[in-house]
Design a protein around this ligand. Structure first.
Ligand SMILES: Cc1cc2nc3c(=O)[nH]c(=O)nc-3n(C[C@H](O)[C@H](O)[C@H](O)COP(=O)(O)OP(=O)(O)OC[C@H]3O[C@@H](n4cnc5c(N)ncnc54)[C@H](O)[C@@H]3O)c2cc1C
Ligand code: SF4
Length: 609
């Protein structure tokens, strides 16, 4: 039988030199001698067929996989029968209590499930058009939620809990949360309805109104904590009481102390510093190839067929035989373990790096697993802190702190801002931006190489890492004056992890400064210089990052100055921006005029950029 390495060489074209296998996967049935080998090189996936003895093959695979540095935990083709698995969960019968579980509340550690199992309680999960249609979602996002919900329901039922699962195509489905709740409650004749506090404002309102109309002497309603976050909804607002603006750093330090995370026994921050931001800004070395992300390939054809048959409008792409996101708790733990083992040692260093060599660089890809509550933030933070204590030589404090700050700091902070400022927050438009989102945001078909790459990979993976979202697409949108409503709808739709509480605070707040400075102290904008410094896009771009004016000049350059000039009245007094205005004021008036003309030309041809 041909060895894996030499077989892989045969199916990878020579154009992929320098030859290097990043990952090899096998699709084979133990009872057959036929095998499909998938080989991934830097950019492409190839496959070929081979035959051999299946038992001997296992050894060959193990040996060759180790030699080829293949990720040993990679799964292949987990096949779920998406309908059969929940067919037992479609029946309703009398129960004393209905407990509603929303699609992002898949927390098997919740105290609901620690209590002794009661057959008087029915747990209800629903797929609904109300949720598929409130934004144009990426197909992978819809699949991730429905898949995670079905597997969660199945697991709960296997553990003995009574579960009712309403599929999108069930004829009884009213496709609305509260209308479904009405008939389910009546059908089972429940005396009590309970839910966990929703994280989305719109769902919280919907359930609160339902509660106001339905609470009677015959119907008790109880709302539970979701037991997921470090903080309570109003904790951040209390922390900053009396302050006009919030700042992450104060809150983050208080969280570190309160939860005793990365603190020494004497009460000092581990390593002597609260924050290693300055060392978290490295560019990837030339030709550096980050490890491949761990994908957990599942066959989701059954789900995709149902979503399409229902006529749900989605965006983005999906290979339905290879869905890679973690959608069970076990998957999430596996991705966390892989992150700690392989990616954490460089997470902080390359947190801000931009590259075309990898779609997730050293990022964890844990946001969906956490946002759907498959994993708790504290278990992720604790695992990373433990790894730092166990192996300080391999995992430097700057890597661990850089990661923990995102979860214990930013994630809790954004949630607190959301609950302190909704519903007003979703109407804020500090700069009064009005421009329509260019159509190429949905296709990636723009000549700006950095923007095109970020959008392309978003459509391919329903993912872009933080700096792509902030400094590439977000930066362009802010400079171009795109309406924050249009931008929110885009970010809310296209990312696997997008839920309004964390999407809108990042988009309208951190990225667009549409909140006038509640989240951040200044707008995140940059010219081509930053993008050139942090990534490798510019060499392959139609535009010149060093040119400031004219058709060939990078559009970021003139738009940057145009933005500051347009919003002088709103930004000039910001102490963090003074330098930009001083530079602008020192510029020759001819140069200023040429920059503003170039910006106007680019805004006029925005669809063709
Ligand atoms: C315009 C814009 C929109 C965004 N929309 C979302 C969104 O809809 N949902 C979402 O979860 N995150 C959002 N973020 C924050 C961040 O980009 C993502 O959490 C991150 O890219 C997810 O990938 P990861 O799990 O690999 O993160 P890593 O880089 O590995 O970080 C680890 C974890 O830290 C948390 N985190 C990191 N940065 C932030 C942040 N700024 N705010 C809150 N939590 C953070 C996430 O839970 C993330 O999983 C957005 C950022 C921007 C600039
Ligand atoms: S030249 Fe400008 S548009 Fe092109 S990749 Fe560089 S920063 Fe992006």
């Amino acid at each position: 039988m041909v060895g894996v390495e030499s077989f892989a060489k045969r199916i990878i074209p020579t154009t992929c030199e320098p030859w290097r296998v990043h990952e090899v996967k096998f699709s084979c049935d133990a009872s057959t001698t036929h095998q499909t080998v998938y080989v991934r090189c830097a950019k492409n996936l190839f496959h070929g067929e081979r035959s051999g003895n299946p038992v001997g093959m296992k050894f060959a695979i193990a040996r060759n996989a180790a030699e080829a540095n293949v990720h040993p935990k990679s799964h292949w083709n987990m096949h779920e029968d998406w309908n059969d698995s929940i067919s037992e969960l479609r029946h309703l019968s009398p129960a004393k209590e209905v407990r509603l579980i929303l699609g992002d509340q898949l927390n098997s550690q919740h105290s609901w499930f620690v209590e002794p199992v009661s057959q008087e309680v029915v747990y209800v999960l629903m797929e609904m058009r109300q949720e598929t249609d409130y934004a144009p979602h990426h197909i992978q996002k819809v699949v991730a939620f429905f898949g995670a919900m079905r597997l969660f329901a199945q697991q709960r039922a296997t553990s003995g809990f009574r579960v009712f699962y309403l599929t999108l195509d069930d004829a009884r489905n009213r496709q609305s949360l509260t209308e479904n709740l009405d008939w389910i409650r009546a059908e089972v004749n429940a005396a009590k309805v309970s839910w966990q506090m929703p994280d989305e404002y719109r769902l919280d309102q919907q359930l609160t109104e339902w509660s106001a109309h339905n609470r009677t002497e015959d119907l008790e309603i109880e709302v539970f904590d979701s037991e997921h976050f470090y903080t309570k909804r109003s904790e951040l607002a209390s922390f900053f009481k009396g302050k006009k603006t919030y700042r992450l750093e104060n809150f983050y330090r208080a969280m570190r102390k309160k939860h005793d995370v990365l603190m020494t026994p004497t009460g000092d921050p581990e390593g002597g510093s609260w924050n290693y931001d300055a060392s978290n800004r490295q560019k990837l070395p030339k030709d550096h190839m980050p490890p491949l992300p761990l994908t957990l390939d599942r066959n989701v054809e059954g789900l995709v067929n149902m979503i399409e048959a229902a006529g749900v409008k989605t965006t983005g792409r999906l290979d339905s035989k290879r869905f890679g996101w973690p959608i069970t708790r076990a998957d999430g733990l596996e991705v966390l373990a892989y992150f700690i083992e392989t990616l954490l040692p460089h997470f902080g260093d390359f947190q801000d790096a931009l590259t075309t060599n990898s779609w997730s660089v050293y990022h964890s890809r844990l946001s969906f697993a956490m946002n759907a509550k498959l994993l708790t933030p504290s278990e992720v933070v604790n695992a990373v802190e433990q790894a730092f204590h166990d192996e300080p030589d391999r995992i430097d404090v700057s890597q661990a702190e850089g990661f923990i700050r995102q979860i214990l700091g930013w994630r809790e902070y954004m949630r607190g801002v959301y609950w302190a400022h909704m519903p007003n927050y979703e109407t804020l438009n500090f700069f009064e931006h009005k421009r329509k989102l260019p159509d190429w945001f949905w296709t990636g078909k723009t000549n700006m190489a950095c923007v095109s790459h970020a959008i392309e990979q978003t459509m391919e993976h329903a993912y872009a890492h933080h700096i792509q979202r902030l400094m590439v697409t977000g930066n362009f949108a802010l400079l171009a004056g795109i309406h924050p409503d249009e931008l929110d709808a885009w970010y809310l739709g296209v990312y696997i992890d997008a839920l309004q509480w964390v999407e809108i605070t990042n988009t309208r707040g951190m990225s667009q400064f549409a909140d006038g400075g509640i989240v951040g102290s200044k707008p995140y904008v940059s010219s081509a210089q930053y993008l050139k410094k942090m990534g490798h896009y510019c060499k392959g771009c139609q535009y010149d990052p060093n040119e400031k004016v004219g058709e060939k000049a990078c559009p970021f350059n003139a738009l940057y100055w145009d933005f500051y000039d347009r919003h002088r009245d709103k930004l000039e007094r910001n102490p963090r921006i003074g330098m930009a205005y001083r530079t602008w004021d020192r510029m020759d008036p001819e140069k200023q005029r040429a920059l503003l003309e170039t910006a106007a030309m680019n805004l006029n041809r925005i669809e063709e950029l």
